[in-house]
Write a protein that binds this ligand. Structure first.
Ligand SMILES: N[C@@H](CCC[C@H](N)C(=O)O)C(=O)O
Length: 336
């Protein structure tokens, strides 16, 4: 895919694994084993081209797995719109599994843009579901970290009349940016979230880099439902960092214990979030599936944005196990 002579590009051939965490799906590309000779701009163009949803193909993003000088491996995540994000909770579980199997280790450290994070294989969340626990950290309350253009240092459970007259919002960086609100089922069913999310992720004076927007519906002191409109993607089945931030906000709002373990339901399944809200440090452990859907070779001509998806080598048993889990989750949610 190098620009070999004026305006002529060779197509790049990528070996990818289609993975998902709570049905938030990604192409995982291993650059530790096989060099991907592309520039930074091409990484962005690659994400735009490959993630575009056409029929069964496309994804919410790309996870690049690279060698690291400080950890077992490094994860870089690109959104479907070609922007790079600092973190991805659902993606980190999948990268964790991949590196764990590659190195034969059940406990790992994975380098991400802003922190080296702990990853650990966990007992299965449901029958035959490979399950991983990942550290979501650092947690930053400062609006500067987001960034958000406001004179306030923090927005914790506050009204933001420029967004809505009634809803109460919290902003957090974990460390990618999140705007969350606890809402009723009625508000969840309305178009408020989409309107707010589109506003803060378009040209606007408040959030210059955009922000992930989540609505939380609290079902009990142990169970919450979270739906997220992701920056750089749109509504996704789930967002791991958003579910982590939402768990912390729920803990504050309901005055739950400092290390509360919550079941977090989402449109693509369910995870568990263990909050650690200690005087010296706050972080969240995100625990959930790391599922391989299929392996595939993808050929991309970046200049013309032409993509050819090869045959899928499907991980039938894993896909079936995840479907069974989702059916089980639906039954629980109906019963709560
Ligand atoms: N889906 C991810 C978050 C991906 C990045 C996000 N869209 C951003 O731009 O911050 C997750 O599981 O955390």
């Amino acid at each position: 895919m190098k620009d070999t002579c004026e305006g002529r590009y060779e197509a790049v051939e990528i070996r990818a694994i289609k993975v998902h965490g709570s049905s938030n799906d990604f192409y995982l590309i291993d650059e530790m084993s096989r060099e991907l000779a592309i520039t930074e701009e091409e990484r962005s163009a690659l994400s735009l081209a490959v993630c575009k949803r056409t029929g069964e193909d496309g994804a919410d993003g790309i996870l690049f797995v690279q060698a690291s000088n400080t950890a077992d491996a490094k994860m870089r995540v690109f959104n479907a719109d070609g922007t790079e994000a600092s973190m991805c909770g659902n993606g980190l579980r999948c990268v964790g599994r991949y590196v764990s199997e590659k190195l034969g280790k059940d406990e790992l450290i994975i380098e991400t843009m802003k922190a080296d994070l702990a990853v650990k294989r966990e007992p299965e969340i449901y029958q035959d579901i490979p399950t991983f626990r990942v550290e979501i950290s650092p947690v930053l309350k400062s609006t500067k970290a987001l960034p958000m253009n406001t004179e306030k240092d923090e927005i914790i459970q506050e009204r933001l009349p420029f967004l809505d007259d009634e809803l109460i919002f919290t902003t957090l960086s974990v460390p990618n940016p999140h705007l969350v609100s606890i809402v009723s089922q009625e508000v969840l069913a309305s178009d408020k979230q989409e309107k707010i999310a589109k506003y803060v992720n378009g040209e606007n004076e408040w959030f210059p880099d955009g922000v992930n927007v989540s609505f939380i519906n609290v079902m009990s002191d142990k169970d919450i439902f979270v739906r997220t409109y992701e920056r750089g993607v749109g509504f996704t089945n789930a967002c791991g960092t958003a579910m982590s931030a939402s768990s912390l906000v729920t803990k504050w709002e309901r005055s739950l214990e400092d290390e509360v373990l919550l079941n977090v339901y989402n449109p693509g399944g369910m995870v568990k979030c263990q909050v650690h809200d200690m005087p010296e440090k706050t972080w969240i452990d995100l625990i959930g599936n790391a599922t391989y859907e299929y392996k595939q070779t993808i050929t991309v001509d970046l200049k013309h944005r032409e993509v050819q998806f090869g045959n899928k080598e499907i991980h039938e048993e894993e896909v079936a196990a995840y479907h069974a889990f989702v059916n089980h989750v639906k039954e629980i949610v109906g019963a709560i």
